[in-house]
Design a protein around this ligand. Structure first.
Ligand SMILES: [Zn+2]
Length: 253
């Protein structure tokens, strides 16, 4: 810019610039929320996988108990066979009683082991079902995560291209504003919630709503010098009534 535009014109460009910057801010904010959505999904997959691991470990434990019970039952059957043989070759009532007692005890033990075997079989079936349900849930969650990852990556690209387009668009306004004014705008915008330039209406700063000293408001209205709000430091401008009616006229055409 060899010859700076009149201040009023520069401030109009700055207004346009700010509208674009606010759009960019909003896009960036939405873009930054994308990884959070993905993290929630991947956390839920992780949680389900942990549950599945735990359930699989429980199933392995039940299997182990079941095998031990089966082995004990087999051993018990062998002892029962031997005890029955003993019973057939007793020589007196004492031996008979001893063998009978042994058989009685083995029968009792057999009953207990049999119950345990049935219980572990039932437990196994229930646990197996839970493993199947969880496996299905993990698969569904993983598919969801995969497709969301793809969708979000598409959205991320869209954000990048929209932000790129707006960034290019802002250049056509920023070239019309002096570097010192741009620097002040950027500094205040950074410190003041994204707003670097605000209208002064009815003697008030519309940025912080403070009443401006009348002398300052008059000077802002004159538009020959750059002024900022004494309270929030934002650059002040007076919306041009003639300018807005001209805009309306052009819209009417
Ligand atoms: Zn202010």
């Amino acid at each position: 810019m060899s010859q700076p535009l009149p201040l009023v014109e520069q401030l109009k460009n700055l207004e346009q610039l700010q509208e674009i910057d606010l759009k960019i801010d909003s896009l960036k904010k939405n873009q930054s929320s994308l990884p959070g959505t993905l993290k929630q999904l991947s956390d839920s997959v992780k949680k389900l996988k942990t549950q599945l691991d735990t359930k699989n470990a429980a199933l392995a434990e039940i299997d182990k108990t079941h095998r031990q019970t089966q082995a004990a039952l087999e051993l018990n059957r062998d002892r029962m066979t031997r005890s029955n043989q003993k019973l057939e070759s007793v020589h007196n009532s004492q031996e008979f009683q001893a063998a009978s007692k042994e058989i009685e005890q083995l029968k009792k033990l057999n009953g207990t082991l049999d119950e345990q075997g049935k219980k572990s079989a039932t437990d196994r079936e229930a646990c197996q079902k839970e493993v199947e349900v969880l496996t299905e849930k993990v698969a569904v969650a993983q598919t969801d995560l995969d497709s969301q990852t793809q969708i979000l990556s598409g959205q991320d690209q869209q954000f990048n291209s929209d932000i790129g387009a707006l960034t290019a668009q802002r250049t056509q306004f920023s070239v019309n504003v002096e570097a010192r004014i741009l620097a002040q705008y950027d500094r205040v915008r950074g410190a003041r919630n994204g707003l670097g330039i605000v209208p002064a209406v009815g003697g008030r700063c519309k940025g912080c709503n403070m009443m401006l000293p009348p002398q300052l408001f008059n000077e802002v209205q004159r538009g020959t010098q750059l002024h900022s709000c004494p309270s929030c430091h934002r650059i002040l401008f007076v919306p041009n009534a003639a300018g807005s009616s001209a805009e309306q006229a052009s819209v009417a055409k």
